[in-house]
Structures are given as C-alpha cells and as structure tokens.
Design a protein around this ligand. Structure first.
Ligand SMILES: Nc1nc2c(ncn2[C@@H]2O[C@H](COP(=O)(O)OP(=O)(O)OP(=O)(O)O)[C@@H](O)[C@H]2O)c(=O)[nH]1
Ligand SMILES: [Mg+2]
Length: 304
C-alpha cells in the first residue's frame, strides 16, 4: 500500500538533500525537483490541481530555508510534506459507532445511505459496517434498495445472514425509496439501532439514477450519506466525488480496495477536492477488513 507515494516523496527528499550542503535553498535549486514531484504525484493518482498545489506549497516552504547540517534536511523535508498532507485531511471527524449508540439510546435508528458507482464496494462495505456494529453490540437492518442489478438482493441477503443483520428486501424493479422507508419503520418498531441503505451502483453520469438517489435521500432523511469509492479507479474517483456531492450531497467517504492499491493518491485527491472526511478504508474482502481512517497513520505510512 502507498508504495507509489512513498517513493515519490523519498525521491524528492533525496534530491533536495543532495542540493543543499551548507547553503540556502534557492528557487533555481529546486525548480526541476518540484516539477518532478508534481509529475510523480499525478502518476500516483493525486489529481492534477492538487499535485500542483502540493508542489507549490512545498516550494514556498523550502525556498530560502537555511539548513545548518545536511542531516537536518531530511527531517525538514519530511515535516514539510507531512504537515501539508495532514492539513489536507484536517476535516471534521465522525465517531460512527458512538453516534449510532447515542441516537439509538434516544429511540431513533441512525440512518446511513451508501452511494457510489457500480463495483465500488458499497454492498461489501455495508456488510463490514454491520459486522463492526454487531461487535459493538449495535443492531442493524440493511435496506436492500438495489432493485436494479441482477443478483444484488441475493448477494446482500447472504451478507446479512453472515454478519447477523436484519434485511428488508424488495422485488426487482421496485421503488428503492420505499424499501428504505420500510427498513426505517422496521427499525423503529423493533428498536434496531442502524439502518444501512444499499443503493444500486450507477455511473455518475446517469441522470435518472441520480434522481432516484435524491428520492431515497428525501424519503429517508439520513443521518449520513457516505460515498464509497474504489481506490483503483484513480483519478476518476475525484469526478465521482464531485458529481455525487453536487448531485446528492455527501457527508463523508469510504475508500475501498486500498489493499490492492499501490499508488495511494486517491484519498488525498478526494479529501482535498470535495473537503469531506474519509471515515474508513477497506483493506480486503473479509468482514473485518475495514479500518478507521487515521490521518496520522496514513501520512506516517508514507514517510516511514
Ligand atoms: N480487495 C478488496 N476488494 C474489495 C474491497 N471492497 C470490496 N471489494 C470487492 O469489490 C467487488 C465489488 O464489491 P461490491 O460490494 O459488490 O460493490 P458494489 O458497489 O456494491 O457494486 P454494485 O452493486 O454493482 O454497484 C467485490 O468482489 C468485493 O469483494 C476491499 O476493500 N478490498
Ligand atoms: Mg452492490
């Protein structure tokens, strides 16, 4: 994970180290190095505008800097980069488990609608969340509001069984909003803590399906709308985040398939462009492969 970014920052750090002996860093010293950095970031799925911003920011922090000893340089470059990345992830944090527990104690089910293009990992992530809630003694009901894709109902039903969650299903072609609504009523009458609404995967360009999502949101009035993005979709993840945010509105993001992602830039791009927090990351196909996104860990793993 994240090898691409790790290498990119290591490379620029080494090159800068070579440049400075006992002198002040001039713009001309690092111009090429910064251009290279920008290119490497783009190669590793950091969106163009974001790469440019990071590169400019690194440049302005390093130019004019006087470093007494060569060894200090590594620390300075590392701190510059890591402060910069951490500031990108400096977004509101949500403790999902605590929020659900709190709302449950006030009699209301906590409703989450999961959004994302097909194959992003919505259904798997919902199963992982239900599993995590179960471990925290919180009950959940899954609304199988994907009445669009063949096999979707059976897929989620199997997951629900495996993780011990309730499920409310519907006929193919049925109105997804009504299934979500039924699931909320079910949760209210059985005092179930969380309602997890699975939606049909859709291309972000699909206008009809976007309208259908807005209807689900209107009917369910969710506590959270979470966008699920696949890290392997690279730069397209930024477009997905923008379009879902403009079309439906999102509160936060879960990035899946980080276990298979060698680049690592998607989290940076999405957080930087839509300014929404990343709640969790998916690290594999098992139910336990869901981890809280921690900006310190993420950034430290790039610079370790
Ligand atoms: N390696 C890995 N695979 C994952 C992860 N999350 C999901 N997957 C896999 O990605 C594939 C698609 O996942 P789904 O959960 O079905 O995706 P979806 O968004 O519900 O897809 P649609 O229902 O078609 O919209 C499945 O094979 C999952 O096992 C992850 O974190 N790591
Ligand atoms: Mg699905």
């Amino acid at each position: 994970m994240l090898e691409g970014l790790r290498k990119a920052f290591q490379k620029v750090s080494n090159k800068i180290k070579e440049k400075v002996e006992y002198k002040e860093l001039g713009e001309e010293d690092i111009e090429d190095i910064i251009e290279d950095l920008k290119f490497d970031l783009i190669e590793n799925d950091v969106a163009y505008d974001v790469s440019e911003k990071i590169a400019e920011s690194v440049k302005s922090k390093l130019v004019g800097l006087k470093i007494k000893r060569r060894e200090d340089m590594e620390g300075v470059v590392k701190n510059t980069f890591s402060d910069l990345l951490k500031s990108i992830f400096d977004l509101e944090k949500v403790d999902l488990v605590e929020n659900i527990r709190e709302k449950c104690s006030r009699n209301g089910p906590f409703v989450i609608v999961f959004l994302g293009i097909n194959g992003a990992g919505k259904t798997t992530t919902i199963a992982k969340i239900a599993f995590m809630l179960k471990k925290n003694n919180l009950s959940s009901v899954i609304a199988a509001a994907d009445t669009f894709r063949a096999g979707a109902q059976e897929q989620i039903e199997k997951h629900a069984k495996n993780v011990g969650a309730y499920i409310i299903k519907g006929q193919y072609g049925a109105d997804p909003a009504s299934i979500a609504y039924d699931a909320i009523n079910f949760a209210k009458s059985r005092r179930v803590c969380a309602v997890l609404v699975d939606t049909a995967g859709r291309m972000h360009s699909d206008v009809d399906l976007m309208g259908e999502l807005r209807k689900i949101v209107r009917v369910t009035n969710p506590d959270l709308k979470i966008l699920v993005v696949d890290a392997l979709t690279g730069n397209d993840a930024v477009d997905q985040a923008r379009i879902f945010n403009d079309g439906v509105g999102i509160d936060g993001v879960i990035v899946t398939k980080l276990d298979a992602d060698v680049k690592g830039g998607v989290a940076i791009s999405v957080a930087s462009i839509v300014r929404k927090p990343i709640y969790y990351v998916g690290n594999g196909q098992r139910y336990e492969d869901l981890n809280l996104f921690d900006k310190e860990d993420y950034v430290n793993s790039i610079f370790s």
